[in-house]
Ligand binder design. Sequence first.
Ligand SMILES: *Cc1c(COP(=O)(O)O)cnc(C)c1O
Length: 233
Amino acid sequence: MDTDATDSMQAAFAAISARIDAAARAAGRGETASLLAVGKTKPAAAIRALAGLGQRAFGENYVQEALAKQSATGDLDLEWHMIGPLQSNKCRDVARHFDWLQTLDRAKLIDLLARHRPAERPPLNVLIQVNIDDETSKSGCAPDSVPELAGLIATRSALRLRGLMAIPAPERDFARRREAFARMRGLFDELAAADARIDTLSMGMSEDFELAIAEGATMVRIGSALFGARHRE
Ligand SMILES: *Cc1c(COP(=O)(O)O)cnc(C)c1O
């Protein structure tokens, strides 16, 4: 990456980090929300540059693209989150090469992931993806399926349930988005009441992360506001 690109990334990283901290403080939170840097379509050099500024957690949507970036940054100690829809035939790669899966949304994946998680690695951290309001999306489970999926995950020592993730419908009306975030918070609180190890509510992206934090997000997933606009999806 050239110097200008690195400088503008540094400015964006500082600005986003400050906005996350301010939103968490405004919400009266003891701890700030954590930042997941979403690098889809961006080169390994961009991941490396952001890692050089102190960012450790990176999210990717496509397994093949992620594996290439992981091997190009293998000298760095990074934490990788799969945040794209997961097909059964990719469970093996995810179980082997990721630290977190944020998009578990059906029972069938649980057995495949557990079976392929290497015994020498710590359990795969898992978030259940909930389809909270997006009728056009096929990703995410129904809100009332959360307890059943959580129960199944709990039976597998290779997996560790950490919480919930959502991608609300991209409503122009931010009051609607806020309602979706608030409903997620309700589901999260119910789950956390039953299990003290539940600590992660992943919601909020470049456009709406402050709203998500106001409604209880503990992790926000940010791509374009950090890395610049994407030219392809
Ligand atoms: C692309 C993506 C993001 C980041 O989106 P931005 O609007 O670029 O911040 C977050 N979460 C998921 C699941 C994504 O696919």
